[in-house]
Design a protein around this ligand. Structure first.
Ligand code: FES
Length: 111
């Protein structure tokens, strides 16, 4: 399992590995490493917003919602140090990774 350190925000805030991508989400319900690929058809979950009044993120492509609390509980192990986060990502058959930038929705970049 690759251990990767990347930026909490801005340049290099996303790890792309084996066709998947991960970002650090900072929400009013907690912070966690989020797969930026929606499990439905790969939509950009880094642009997801919350359902009004709920703790469910809504994918911008087809409006499917997913619980943030479940994502945090089942999430990628990670620790934040200042403006960097180190995460133990799922193995992607030994694929290498790159760091890149992904824009974040307002719901995922709160603190
Ligand atoms: S790609 Fe996210 S709901 Fe379809």
């Amino acid at each position: 399992m690759p251990v990767v350190t990347f930026a909490v925000e801005g340049r290099d805030n996303c790890v792309a590995i084996g066709g998947s991508a991960y970002v650090y989400a900072r929400t009013e319900h907690g912070s966690f490493v989020l797969s930026a690929n929606c499990p439905h058809r790969g939509g950009p979950l880094n642009l997801a917003e919350f359902e009004p009044g709920r703790s469910r993120l809504v994918c911008p492509w087809h409006d499917r919602a997913a619980s943030v609390t479940k994502a945090i509980k089942a999430g990628v192990p990670a620790v934040r140090h200042g403006d960097r986060v180190t995460a133990v990502l799922p193995d992607h058959d030994g694929a290498g990774y790159t760091l890149e930038h992904r824009p974040m929705s307002g719901a995922l970049a709160r603190c």
